[in-house]
Design a binder for this molecule. Structure first.
Ligand SMILES: C[S@@+](CC[C@H](N)C(=O)[O-])C[C@H]1O[C@@H](n2cnc3c(N)ncnc32)[C@H](O)[C@@H]1O
Length: 282
């Protein structure tokens, strides 16, 4: 199926970066998430109330890993991927679909923004997003759009980054003002000496309770909320503990030593975890 194009009037460094993605590094990066996504989906399928079935929409579909996983589920009829980046949609997603043996007959790709969905109310049975909404300047928007296009009884699954409820505004600001590390820059074909902060890259750090507040305000009933770690790599964990216990981590972070091994991992994850929110439109 060909890509469908909607009109978009939004621009950010993150979106520009995605257009610039380095093919090999991006594929390598995307494939790391396959097992985690598969295991999350298989666990969700056990819950009677919030099963993923029927017609769905993936918002900020990125490399297409989650849509590939979902396309192989018998209960899923069709999955529509909304993604801003033409590069990901046209060049990278097809390669990921092939690598993961996705059922491409079921997948529709749309170049559009999750802030303005050109669908009628009550169109989909489920909506899903993985690590995309924290890039929205106003996360309320894509969450309201997801609510609008879901049918009654429809399910929204959000797999998102969230910082601890105790994190102060100052800490969030400091964290968002750290520079992206070398590996991150290489993945998006930026010059390795470029200075760009997480905030300039379009990231936002929301606490668990901030996400909950928005979901409830929009009208969702949050059925399940669970925090988890996305990258369970043992080496990363060991490094993280070592950095933390020795105090080196704080130095790397404060001095923004972006060339340090695992700088990206440590600077982002030292205060943040990931969370799964499973919500229902009643
Ligand atoms: C961190 S990536 C996550 C990609 C994918 N969901 C995954 O888990 O691999 C965030 C994605 O959201 C997309 N994105 C950001 N803002 C968007 C918007 N307003 N509309 C559609 N996609 C957007 C970006 O282009 C990027 O592909």
């Amino acid at each position: 199926m060909n890509v469908i194009y909607w009109e978009i009037n939004e621009h950010s460094n993150n979106l520009k970066g995605m257009e610039n993605s380095n093919l090999e590094l991006s594929i390598d990066y995307a494939l790391r998430f396959v097992k985690t996504y598969e295991s999350i989906i298989s666990k969700i399928q056990f819950s009677e109330e919030c099963q993923i079935k029927g017609e769905g929409i993936e918002l900020g579909a990125g490399f297409g890993v989650m849509s590939s996983v979902l396309s192989k589920l018998e209960n899923v009829g069709k999955i529509t991927c909304i993604e801003y980046s033409k590069n990901l949609l046209e060049n990278i997603m097809p390669l990921i679909f092939q690598r993961l043996e996705a059922n491409i007959e079921k997948i529709e790709r749309i170049r559009g923004s999750f802030n303005h969905l050109e669908f009628n109310n009550n169109t989909f049975d489920f909506a899903i997003e993985t690590l995309a909404f924290h890039h929205a300047d106003a996360p309320y928007k894509p969450i309201s759009e997801a609510y609008r296009v879901l049918r009654r009884g429809g399910v929204l699954i959000m797999i998102e980054r969230a910082v601890s409820n105790r994190t102060t505004d100052d800490t969030i600001e400091t964290s968002l003002n750290t520079h992206l590390g070398k590996r991150h820059l290489l993945r998006y074909n930026f010059p390795v000496d470029m200075k760009i902060t997480r905030a300039e890259w379009g990231e936002h750090d929301l606490r668990f309770i901030d996400w909950m507040y928005i979901l409830n305000k929009v009208g969702f009933e949050v059925k399940l909320f669970k925090s988890f770690y996305l990258k369970k790599r043992i080496l990363n964990k060991l490094f993280k503990s070592f950095y933390k216990l020795s105090g080196i981590g704080d130095l790397i972070f404060k001095k923004q030593l972006t060339y340090f091994p695992l700088y990206d991992y440590y600077s982002v994850s030292r205060r943040a975890g990931n969370a799964i929110f499973i919500c229902k439109k009643l």
